[in-house]
Design a protein around this ligand. Structure first.
Ligand SMILES: Nc1ncnc2c1ncn2[C@@H]1O[C@H](COP(=O)(O)OP(=O)(O)OP(=O)(O)O)[C@@H](O)[C@H]1O
Length: 258
């Protein structure tokens, strides 16, 4: 696999909460990490290991206490969440979080296509040509979404809604895609289907992605790199053939250790 420029770089990224009180704790502990364009990194760790904290600092929802973050070569340490959405996409576990419930599937997609762009005073709306493009796009999900373009997303199934969140996240090519247990709330079949689509899309578009999961089999099957977090630090970083040679038993042993 061709590895190119760094898409994401964390330099001594540290978050200390409740500073100056008896509750003071380091929840992200001097984490340095470089993820290159095209890498697909699965992120494992016990509850409280710091996985969401890592995603929160990358997305800008939690400020660093010290250290630096770069996305696509640009320092974003002091950019807020909204400013970072131009270069970053995040999909959550909860299907309700990614889409506007009262807007239709088509409206959500059109909105996603304008991510990071200035609002136009007059939008020509949904032309038949645009509708056909959206139909083709949603057909790739293979779950009936293409027949529901005019349905409010609040009325979709969880799987359809999550597939829509995924499509929305990829409408404007993100520098980095954060997948936050995005298939965990779905039934096994729907989850496996979305996981396969996610993987296919990431490979085809040569996207850079990080995916938190508690599913050890998924963590092994997908991606070219696997991080194990523990106590706010990167405890293990397996790349390419090292990752390919890992087994579920190996991973369980690492969990025992931390
Ligand atoms: N804003 C905050 N203020 C105080 N403590 C926090 C804050 N955010 C996270 N923590 C603590 O930091 C630790 C790491 O939390 P984090 O949510 O990153 O873990 P996680 O690996 O995502 O766990 P899980 O698998 O349960 O989602 C936890 O002990 C959590 O309680």
């Amino acid at each position: 696999m061709a590895i190119e420029k760094a898409s994401l770089r964390l330099q001594e990224a540290t978050v200390i909460v409740n500073q100056g009180t008896a509750e003071e704790r380091i929840i992200l502990d001097h984490v340095s990490l470089t993820v290159h364009q095209g890498e697909f990194v699965t992120v494992l760790g016990s509850n409280g290991a710091g996985k969401s904290t890592l995603f929160n600092v990358i997305a800008g929802t939690l400020p660093l206490t010290s250290g630096h973050i770069y996305l696509g070569g640009q320092e974003v340490t002091h950019l807020n969440e909204i400013e970072r959405t131009k270069i970053l996409a995040r999909i959550f576990q909860d299907p309700k979080l990614g889409t506007a419930p009262r807007m239709t599937v088509a409206e959500n997609l059109l909105l996603a296509q304008r991510r990071g762009k200035k609002r136009r005073l007059r939008d020509r709306g949904l032309t038949e040509a645009k509708r056909q493009t959206l139909r083709e796009l949603t057909k790739t999900m293979g779950n009936g979404l293409s027949d529901r373009l005019d349905v409010a997303t609040g009325a979709l199934s969880g799987g359809q809604r999550q597939a829509l969140s995924f499509l929305m996240a990829t409408q404007v090519r993100p520098e980095v895609m954060l997948l936050d247990e995005h298939t965990a709330a779905l039934d096994p079949k729907t989850s496996a289907q979305l996981m396969a689509l996610t993987d296919e899309h990431i490979r085809r578009e040569h996207l850079t992605a990080l995916m938190i999961t508690h599913n050890l089999a998924d963590a092994l099957e997908y991606g070219n790199r696997l991080l194990v977090l523990a106590n706010g630090q990167i405890a293990q970083d397996f790349k390419d053939s090292d990752k390919a040679n890992l087994s579920v038993a190996d991973l369980l042993a690492y969990f025992e250790r931390y």
